[in-house]
Design a protein around this ligand. Structure first.
Ligand SMILES: Nc1ncnc2c1ncn2[C@@H]1O[C@H](COP(=O)(O)OP(=O)(O)OP(=O)(O)O)[C@@H](O)[C@H]1O
Length: 419
């Protein structure tokens, strides 16, 4: 087993946890297993370490990589392997040493932890029962692996950034989130706050700085996709365009106050459950053909109190007036994901009732394209699993769910259904 430890992730306590707790635990319970422990030396190193390990493994070797870090460290490992077509039959074990740890907390959400603990063999419970609760809750993926529970297939997406001539400038695989607009701005600003604020509070500080930014962009979503209807509590599939001439894509106009898609996760932090339907109304995550990206967007011009031709670019007061409605959605995510049901009253108040139009549009999609307006700087930011990219002026970004032959063929130790 390869152990990759990012000593720089989160509050920087992960490496001690790995050396003093994780390695002794695995050695005690699997004495014959060879452990190859490596610390990352800088950004991107996790991918190089993983690549060297898989390259020197034989086809018969079981390739297991324990990652101690956050989502960017996982992202680096996945992309380091994909870039050299080495990702086949690799299993990942996660130790959540990062700040947000979206994938880990989605695999082991707080509501399922008691059930998971109860399902563990007594030998494993005894092995960690002397540890503090705060340490034990970082060991669930390790315990999942040691209990030989069936691993979960990791779904993935392919992000391609293209310039004004349509030429690809960057390609990345992602397993957690691809976003633009507010979420990408938050990630960009939060990175600048890392030294001063090592914990998740830096995401809230960053949100306060960018909440009034809107992104002007054209979004195209490939058919078929599905849209959530809170009145019926179901997703309604749209197979083709309503126009007489069938289009492959539905075109959706901005501006956008929020735009994000997720894969494999229902939350981006332990308590920030932004895509709750991924687990409360699952599409069948265990079947490759049923994999979808969850797409959430807020388009402020759906608010009946904002005129369709409002001069929002010049008039900051319009965006400031709308900001509390975006905040209401983010608060809903912190309340176990109540926001998909928020809607506008006729006068534009946000309510929990069944108003005409929802504040968030919640879709399930397989492919989308985002073409920023050249005059909208925030629309040019794209966050791919925490890495922030810039779309060249006149360019676009396309994100496709990998299916069939394009599948990652990587597994992860975890996956308990949420409520
Ligand atoms: N030795 C190192 N020195 C400095 N930076 C490093 C080192 N090793 C890895 N990194 C970088 O640390 C950054 C943070 O890692 P990671 O994203 O895993 O943690 P995080 O940001 O705290 O958590 P999360 O992504 O879950 O919010 C990554 O950009 C990674 O490239």
């Amino acid at each position: 087993m390869l152990i990759i430890s990012n000593q720089h992730a989160g509050d920087k306590s992960g490496d001690v946890l790995v050396r003093e707790t994780v390695i002794p635990l695995i050695q005690r319970l699997r004495p014959s297993l060879h452990l190859d422990y490596k610390q990352t030396q800088g950004p991107g190193d996790a991918g190089d370490i993983a690549r060297a390990y898989v390259k020197q493994s034989t086809q018969q070797d079981s390739k297991t990589i324990l990652i101690s870090g956050g989502d960017t460290t996982i992202h680096e490992v996945v992309n380091g392997l994909v870039a050299h077509k080495l990702e086949g039959a690799v299993s990942l074990i996660l130790v959540p040493s990062g700040t947000a740890n979206a994938l880990y907390h989605s695999l082991f959400p707080p509501t399922t932890r008691a059930t998971f603990w109860a399902s563990l063999p007594k030998e494993l419970q005894d092995a960690v029962s002397g540890l503090p609760e705060s340490t034990r809750e970082k060991l669930y993926s390790v315990l999942f692996y040691l209990s030989e529970s069936p691993m979960r297939r990791l779904h993935s997406t392919r992000t391609t950034v293209a310039d004004a001539d349509g030429v690809s400038t960057r390609e990345l695989t992602s397993c957690v989130v691809v976003s633009s607009s507010l979420h990408a701005s938050i990630l960009e600003i939060a990175e600048q706050l890392r030294a001063e604020h090592p914990g998740i509070e830096r995401f809230k500080l960053a949100a306060a700085k960018s909440i009034t930014q809107w992104s002007q962009s054209r979004l195209e979503i490939k058919y078929p996709f599905a849209a959530y209807n809170p009145a019926t509590g179901t997703f309604i599939t749209r197979d083709s365009s309503p126009e007489a001439t069938p289009n492959q894509f539905e075109s959706i106009d901005g501006p956008f106050a929020y735009f994000l898609t997720t894969t494999n996760v229902d939350r981006l932090e332990m308590e920030f459950r932004i895509a709750p339907l991924a687990t409360s109304l699952p599409a069948g995550v265990h079947s490759d053909s049923e994999a979808w990206m969850e797409l959430l967007m807020i388009r402020p011009l759906r608010d009946p109190s904002i005129l369709k031709d409002a001069p929002w670019q010049e008039d900051a007061a319009i965006r400031e007036q709308f900001a509390p409605k975006t905040v209401a959605v983010l608060q809903g995510a912190y309340q176990n994901g109540t926001h998909p049901n928020l809607s506008y009253t006729a006068s534009g108040e946000v309510s929990n009732g069944s108003g005409e139009s929802t504040v968030v549009e919640y879709l399930r999609v397989k492919e989308w394209k985002w073409t920023p307006d050249p005059n909208s700087p925030p629309a040019h930011l794209v966050c791919v699993d925490g890495e922030v990219l810039f779309i060249p002026i006149g360019g676009s970004v396309t994100v496709k769910l990998n299916t069939e032959d394009g599948q990652l063929k990587m597994n992860v130790a975890g996956g308990i259904e949420s409520d």
